[in-house]
Ligand binder design. Sequence first.
Ligand code: DX5
Ligand code: ZN
Length: 213
Amino acid sequence: MKLAPSILSADFGKLRAEAREVEPLAEYFHIDVMDGHFVPNLTIGPPVVNSLRNGLNKPFDIHLMIDYPMQYAPRFSMTSADMITFHLESKDEPFRVIEEIRRLGCRVGISLRPITPIAAIFPYLDLVDLVLVMSVEPGFGGQAFMPEAVERIEKLKHEIGDRDVMISVDGGINDKNIRLVVDAGAELIVAGSAIFKHADRIAAMHTLIAAAQ
Ligand code: DX5
Ligand code: ZN
């Protein structure tokens, strides 16, 4: 498994310094972009995300919790190592969004709310690099893990079969439940509070990695 620290739980006043601290053990930086419509919270957008690049080397995993991914995805400067993940429940047509993100030259992820049946994602599995299974209702860090996510990950893993699609999980992950999601098939583990709410972030990441074994 690999970790994607969610900087939503970091101090927004010193984002780059916070990101640098977790970079040694991060596969991606997980960056939550919220528009106040798709979810009842507002975070950061393209100008902040793009300027965060300087001095960071690990790729970005941009989690778009916004109604109109078609409009905003092109405003992020992306490389082939980065990923943009959008929500199936956004107001844009998913096949078009996938095409648009591909056009930007980065990897494509698709996500779904806990309430959306996992099978709703199946028609897109041939076209995406990653599926992000939400284990909380999107919008805020620090919420409790929804255990139903484990079975959803198992079903998804089975449906993916031998396709080259990675499963990621996001929401409420800690050292008590990380093993469950990893055993179910999740490979890229997003964690916000479980990393940034600790004074020693690297130690917290080591704790998560050890708990996943
Ligand atoms: C929630 C975000 C998550 C959030 C996770 O809508 O998508 O990435 O930051 O934070 P924790 O790990 O604290 O649940
Ligand atoms: Zn997220």
